[in-house]
Design a protein around this ligand. Structure first.
Ligand SMILES: C[S@@+](CC[C@H](N)C(=O)[O-])C[C@H]1O[C@@H](n2cnc3c(N)ncnc32)[C@H](O)[C@@H]1O
Length: 154
């Protein structure tokens, strides 16, 4: 499951580059995005969905991996629901890929000024199984944080 999949290019890469037999689903709050994604990639299932709303029954613990890329800045008003709902959909892993702009002033910088702050925040709720920070020196100087999380046993 990819949450906030936009036009679906990442799930499509997983289909082609990882395994086309994986059951893949992409959701996004924008019906426009999911409709276009469905046209672009008809062999993948896309559905409109808001990660801040209650998780539908069919998506409860339904996915081995729930991933999301660059959605954090859209959900700052309700971080608790965001992380709880990602966790509710996942049987095991949550993969967060979040980029941080080069500038120190961006929407959300008061809450997460840098990748370390995000990692610290999620470590209160999840086990951090893997963490990788990439720095794109040549291109746009963004930092890209990759976190693989599992639920805490408590
Ligand atoms: C910066 S784009 C990233 C798109 C894609 N993940 C990528 O990296 O190319 C953020 C996406 O999150 C979606 N989004 C924003 N708020 C959302 C919400 N509450 N629930 C689901 N998707 C949301 C937006 O519609 C948008 O497609």
């Amino acid at each position: 499951m990819e949450v906030g999949c936009g036009l679906g290019y990442i799930v499509n890469r997983i289909y082609h580059e990882v395994d086309s037999k994986i059951h893949l689903t992409g959701t996004d709050i924008s019906a426009n995005a999911t409709e276009k994604a469905q046209q672009l990639f008809p062999y993948i299932q896309f559905e409109k969905g808001n990660i801040l709303e209650d998780v539908p029954q069919k998506y409860q613990s339904a996915f081995d991996v729930v991933m999301t890329k660059d959605t954090l800045w859209y959900v700052l008003d309700n971080l608790e629901a965001y992380f709880d709902n990602l966790a509710q959909m996942s049987k095991k892993y949550i993969y967060i890929h979040q980029s941080f702009p080069a500038s120190s002033q961006f929407l959300g910088s008061d809450i997460f000024p840098n990748p370390k702050a995000l990692e610290q925040y999620v470590s209160n709720k999840f086990e951090v199984e893997y963490s990788l920070l990439e720095y794109n020196k040549e291109y746009d100087k963004t930092h890209n944080l990759h976190l693989i999380l599992t639920k805490k046993n408590n």
